[in-house]
Ligand binder design. Structure first.
Ligand code: TMP
Length: 218
């Protein structure tokens, strides 16, 4: 059992998922502001990363040649980074009653290394059970945007961390379908949000789902 599941008074864990340029970082900020308005101060974190060790692993994953790791090595690195993130950052925060919002979590491994790189999804689930106690968020918001638009937005953002952005259109199309399949298979945990429109429209769609599912409506 995940360490954070022990206490009855734990905080909530929310993850954001989606392809490149799906608008996660902006929407995380806006959700955090809305939660703040309700008196909830959430810790914002990200994967790969979110703890000092996992941030070091991140550099191995987001920089360099697209083919530098085979799919299983990549899945293991993401899983190792996640273990550190959970143990050092997420579980302690939740057990203190804090709320945590993570920019990506285990669904990214299912989508990128599974649907994208072709690793069997069941193998990735087994890794998650073994290494990360099969720990899942209370709510996962999957931001959906057409591949062309997402890559265009990501390209404008620039930056050096573009190893995955360079992986080709077909890869990104498989990712998108992968995320949509996850949302369909796990409707109680996940919500698929159309994020192809403007920032405010997407933010309200997210708030509608989050406030209902997390019991924040008055
Ligand atoms: P970011 O660009 O959203 O910060 O994420 C970094 C990259 O890492 C992104 O291109 C997706 C990729 N990734 C995976 O391939 N598998 C994973 O499990 C995670 C968490 C991220």
């Amino acid at each position: 059992m995940g360490q954070a599941q022990n206490g009855g008074n734990r905080g909530r864990f929310i993850s954001f998922e989606g392809g490149e340029g799906s608008g996660k970082s902006t929407q995380i900020r806006l959700l955090a502001e809305k939660l703040n308005g309700q008196g909830i101060e959430a810790i914002l974190t990200r994967e790969p990363g979110g703890s000092p060790g996992a941030e070091q692993i991140r550099a191995l994953l987001v920089l360099g040649e697209t083919g530098r790791w085979d799919a299983m090595t990549e899945a293991l690195l993401h899983t190792a980074a996640r273990r550190s993130h959970l143990a050092v950052t997420v579980w302690p925060a939740l057990s203190q009653g804090r709320w945590v919002i993570s920019d990506r979590y285990a669904d990214s491994t299912l989508a990128y290394q599974g649907h994208g790189h072709g690793l069997p999804v069941e193998d990735i689930r087994r890794l998650h059970r073994l290494a990360n106690e099969n720990f899942w968020p209370d709510l996962t918001l999957i931001l959906d945007v057409p591949v062309e638009l997402g890559l265009e937005r990501a390209g404008k953002r620039g930056g050096a961390e573009d190893r995955y952005e360079r992986m080709g259109r077909d890869f990104h199309e498989r990712l998108r379908q992968g995320f949509r399949a996850i949302a369909e298979a796990e409707p109680a945990r996940c919500a698929l949000i159309d994020s192809s429109g403007d920032i405010e429209t997407t933010a309200w769609a997210i708030w509608k789902v989050a406030s209902i599912r997390l019991g924040l409506t008055k």
